[in-house]
Design a protein around this ligand. Structure first.
Ligand SMILES: Cc1cc2nc3c(=O)[nH]c(=O)nc-3n(C[C@H](O)[C@H](O)[C@H](O)COP(=O)(O)O)c2cc1C
Length: 187
């Protein structure tokens, strides 16, 4: 395993649960974003996890992402919206956009996460024409209430192993490329 740092932001524990799976597989150093170092040069992979707020990373992670530069990054997120929805996918783009210079994104992982009961209560009070309180939204809350579950946790572990495999392949590819360059006849 490479040397990983896992840095996460979480208020109700959903993102933390995924962060713990990733660090469990890799033996990573794990930090809450509030306590994370910004010099991450000792790490070969930096996994950054956040929860969605207003269609993008939460405020703590939003402030942290620009401090990361020159790193191999994995992004992971939890959200009330469905995995793979346009809303969830766009959020990865928003997080990526906030990263500092020279970061390479190795992969992304997403899981649904239950909404805090206080948020549901607030949304239930809003106008039924408000998309946050539509019948579709209410159905999503019910689906999200089951997550992250054991299946999500297993998917996070599998994803992490895939990232390691991807790095193995990239390393082999680079070595083969270098060997070809050395073997090429000098002109
Ligand atoms: C104030 C607030 C805003 C939220 N906004 C979104 C949102 O824009 N999109 C979304 O899919 N989920 C949204 N959620 C749901 C959370 O992203 C989701 O419950 C997440 O799993 C919480 O993660 P945590 O337990 O690690 O804090 C919001 C939750 C809160 C409390």
């Amino acid at each position: 395993m490479r040397k990983w740092a896992v840095i996460y932001s979480s208020t109700t524990g959903n993102t933390k649960a995924i962060a713990e799976e990733i660090s469990g597989v890799t033996g990573a150093d794990i930090f809450r974003v509030q306590d994370a170092p910004t010099d991450l040069s000792a790490y070969e992979v930096v996994a950054l996890g956040y929860w969605l707020r207003r269609g993008g990373p939460d405020d703590l992670m939003k402030a942290f992402l620009p401090k990361i530069s020159n790193a191999c990054v994995v992004l992971f997120q939890t959200h009330g919206t469905d995995v793979g929805s346009e809303h969830a996918v766009t959020s990865f783009a928003r997080a990526a956009y906030l990263l500092g210079t020279d970061c390479e994104i190795l992969g992304t992982f997403s899981a649904q996460g239950k909404l805090a009961p206080a948020l549901i209560a607030r949304r239930k009070k809003s106008d039924p024409d408000d998309t946050h309180n539509s019948p579709e939204a209410q159905e999503r809350w019910v689906r999200a209430a089951e997550h992250p579950n054991e299946e999500d946790r297993a998917a996070a572990r599998e994803f992490t192993l895939k990232m390691e495999h991807k790095l193995d392949l990239l390393e082999k590819f680079r070595q083969a490329q270098e060997a070809r360059q050395h073997a090429a006849p000098q002109k």
